[in-house]
Write a protein that binds this ligand. Structure first.
Ligand SMILES: Nc1ncnc2c1ncn2[C@@H]1O[C@H](COP(=O)(O)OP(=O)(O)OP(=O)(O)O)[C@@H](O)[C@H]1O
Length: 482
């Protein structure tokens, strides 16, 4: 059953228990917010951080009320990492931040098109949990932005979009499972959430579960530890539709793979639908057993290709329409979208970040978005995009520089010979790419964002005390930027 989760706590005092047994209160948040003032500067703090209202922390997801969706997007893009860092310093481990309007605020101020599908009055507009019991049920928050309406279709993604739509409509399918794969930020997660929204609206009787492979593993380990495996099996095997994001995360996690394999088979045998996403094709998955990859590839396998110029322009126009609905006065001069689509050719997330920043800036200074403003305001993003440095490239260069194997740098060993180069690579990934801390962690063998944060801070410290490290960083940076 789909149950939109009612807003919890209030404005007065909220105390929430995180998945790992931590508690965050309004007072904690007030303190963290105060510390953020130093990190982001007083002006940014007044404009962007002070209006945030902490609502809840559940299963590692911290939710904040924001005055507008735009405000939330801007904070997430520009201060998300700093907020995670300060929370971690305060001893609260948060995996994900969600900024959303509460039901009353969103109903009053949001244009109809921007309402998340399936939201009902009296419930928070976002996020909705697709489960009826937080503690026991594998659940994911549906991102209200990730609907089919807001997914722009072009040649590179038309097949993936059609397959996702087909599943969302229900009825008999000629394929099962659907395996979506493609590079970062190309819309895999967006499509899964869109399926979720559609099903919640049109087939509310179905039990639909959307989870990440990481969350699946976490639940599995917890069930093992608490001796509640029967409950775990029962939960996952009683669903009508199972969607698992980023399945490549299971690489090397043998017991979780085994459990996933059994769940998978049980659901397929029972005629239930499965949708899986990954950053690579089933056959290219590393450290995942062959019997599992071949089973995952036995339905429809669809590749999301890198965006082309036309699709990028389309996405920019669609997103700008959405921003304009919130900030009606803002004018975008001709050529801006084409310029951005030309210069930022990597993932859509970067493109979105660029546009969010442009609109925020234009609304603050009250000017039209011109080519000149675009170049000034996005200088760092444009530079990073020109260089096209990837985390993988950084890892390769750093492992060569320190003469260690790439697998050792990414792997679990903690000896200093590997740990220090790993931290250097994490530091450079943070500085030279637009990846967030959790994204970097994922590329370093699925490490937590707090580990990355620690690594980045460590190198930051050493840079000023250890001349060898400072030289290494300089050499590596120059080599990467060549
Ligand atoms: N075709 C599209 N139309 C509109 N928005 C898109 C499209 N493709 C991607 N996006 C947006 O780009 C961002 C990244 O997309 P998403 O998270 O779905 O990527 P992903 O393929 O799951 O990448 P990752 O593996 O890094 O998580 C999201 O905000 C999403 O809404």
């Amino acid at each position: 059953m789909w149950v939109a989760k009612a807003g919890r706590g209030g404005r007065a005092r909220v105390t929430m228990k995180a998945g790992r047994g931590q508690v965050m209160t309004n007072d904690n948040w007030a303190q963290v917010s105060e510390e953020l003032k130093q990190a982001v500067g007083a002006n940014n703090h007044t404009t962007w951080i002070a209006p945030l209202r902490f609502e809840a922390l559940v299963d590692g997801v911290a939710r904040f009320h924001v005055p507008t969706t735009f405000h939330g997007n801007y904070v997430l893009q520009n201060f998300g990492d700093q907020i995670l860092t300060q929370l971690a310093r305060a001893g609260v481990t948060v995996q994900r931040l969600i900024f959303a309007q509460s039901a009353s605020a969103s109903a009053a101020s949001r244009p109809a098109a921007a309402q998340p599908s399936g939201s009902s009055s009296g419930q928070p507009a976002a996020p909705a949990l697709i489960s009826d019991d937080d503690d026991a049920t594998p659940s994911a928050t549906l991102d209200p932005r990730f609907t089919f309406d807001r997914f722009v279709v072009g040649k590179p993604n038309e097949m993936a979009h059609a397959a996702a739509r087909r599943i969302a409509e229900g009825g008999s399918l000629g394929f099962n499972p659907l395996f979506l794969y493609g590079g970062v930020g190309l819309g895999k997660t967006h499509l899964m959430h869109a399926i979720g929204h559609e099903m919640r609206q049109h087939q509310p009787h179905l039990k639909v579960v959307l989870t990440s492979a990481e969350q699946f593993m976490y639940r599995f380990i917890t069930a093992l530890r608490d001796k509640r495996m029967m409950d775990f099996k029962q939960l996952f095997r009683s669903v009508d539709v199972l969607m698992v994001d980023d399945i490549q995360f299971l690489g090397g996690k043998d017991s979780t793979q085994e459990e996933f394999f059994h769940t998978f088979n049980a659901l397929i045998d029972a005629g239930k639908r499965i949708i899986i996403s990954a950053d690579r094709a089933p056959g290219a998955m590393k450290d995942v057993e062959e019997r599992i990859t071949s089973r995952m590839g036995s339905g429809l396998v669809v590749d999301l290709f890198p965006t082309d110029f036309e699709l990028r322009v389309g996405i920019l126009q669609a997103k700008a329409d959405y921003y304009r609905a919130q900030y009606p006065g803002i004018v975008v001069q001709p050529g801006v979208y084409e310029f951005l689509a030309h210069r930022i050719s990597n993932n859509v997330r970067v493109l979105e970040g660029a546009l969010t920043r442009l609109f925020a800036f234009a609304s603050l200074v009250g000017r039209e978005i011109s080519l000149e403003m675009t170049q000034d305001c996005l200088a760092d993003i444009l530079r990073a995009s020109d260089r096209k440095i990837t985390v993988e490239e950084i890892q390769r260069r750093v492992s060569e520089h320190y003469n260690i194997r790439l697998s050792d740098m990414i792997g679990p060993k903690r000896v200093r010979n590997y740990a220090r180069p790993r931290q250097v690579a994490m530091y450079l990934s943070k500085k030279l790419t637009s990846r967030s801390l959790p994204e970097i962690g994922r590329r370093f063998g699925g490490r937590d964002h707090t580990t990355v944060m620690h690594g980045v801070r460590k190198i930051e410290e050493l840079k000023s005390t250890d001349s060898q490290i400072a030289d290494d960083l300089e050499l590596l940076r120059r080599a990467l930027e060549e």
